[in-house]
Write a protein of this length. Sequence first.
Length: 441
Amino acid sequence: MTTDLPTDSIMTTEAAPHLFIHGATLLDPKTGAQKRADLLIRDGRIAAIGAGIDASDAPAFDATGKMVSIGWMDMHVHLREPGFEYKETIATGCRAAAFGGFTAVACMPNTNPPIHTRDVVEFIIERAEATPVDVYPIACVSKYRKGESLSEMADLAEGGAVAFSDDGDPVQDTGLMRHALEYSRMLDKPIIGHEEELPLGPKGHMHEGEVSTRLGLPGIPTISEEIMIARDILLAEYTGGHVHVAHISTAGAVDQVRQAKKKGIRVTTEVCTHHFALTDKAVEDMEFDTHTKMHPPLRTAMDIEAIKEGLRDGTIDAICTDHAPHASFEKEVEYIAAPFGILGLETAWGLTGREIIEPGVLGVAETVHKLTVAPREILRIPVPALEIGAPANLTIFDATTRWTFTAADIKSKSVNTPFVGHEMVGRAWAVYNKGQLVKNA
Ligand SMILES: [Zn+2]
């Protein structure tokens, strides 16, 4: 039996109220504990864990040699609906998420209309209900994302917004950011900062450095990110609000967050997979391929080393993608005319395996923690449990399969990724959530 998703989705998911997953190693990212056990799902809930379970009447999923954890979450995606359905819809974005191993995403509010009124928050939650993915809207800090006056943050939070951000644009007005952080404290929701002081790199298209000079492209300097982070850390300290630094990309920024955390300031951060998989050299090596253009830009090998150290020592809490679909007609233009952003959901795990797990930067359990517990704790979302009686919200994966990412693996409505032809290490084989099974093989 299959369930068709609403709108223009071509994903069909299997309604699987009962399922017997056998042969797997269960990983609990809360504790890091791993054990060999079978798992039986009945009516969408975990009914039994262990050996010798009687499951003769339930469909079986052979997970021999694979791992099972609670479902992964990407806390930074752009689903483009409402307003830009030609790039992505909630249904197609959820399809990409499920195939990438994610059972939850938080979506950014630069839609049209933006997520700045409660009805848009509720629209998104409703649209996502039938999908196997939990979608958590992030609402605007400012009305229309114009940076002029605060959105109705309390009303938006009541409607289901989990955080506030004007992502895509920074909140330039320091007074507005101060008030947003004051509300953040009262509402107990983070403000997610797109950290960029625009006048420092107003027409930049890539990282400002040796490569941009050689290519003659205007650059975006590291200082434009770091000066805004410095401001927001000071404001977080002053107001007691929680600032979450989006898509951290520079060595200096990692150290700023590290020092702020040491002082007990409420600051958290995330890194996008492309920011540890590619450097600014890719712009040159790939001959101005516009799939190397994103915000913040690809930085240097030195920045990647600092990011890895930040992941290791806990400065960087979460791994995310900043999944940003754009249509081919928008990306297939001159470098300076192309919009910023690339897909991320489909390649997130394979790149993380290649760059983080295989080289030993983090173990599997620590990595999965940054994709499960950490984002949900930052957003105050209940963390799914891997225990009897809990709703089954699971990702079935391994961290070792080597495979090549091809165009056929793209599940988004758009195709803007630089990773076609890249080797991936580790594969998400299936997700289970809301009584639905999505297999990726
Ligand atoms: Zn951003």
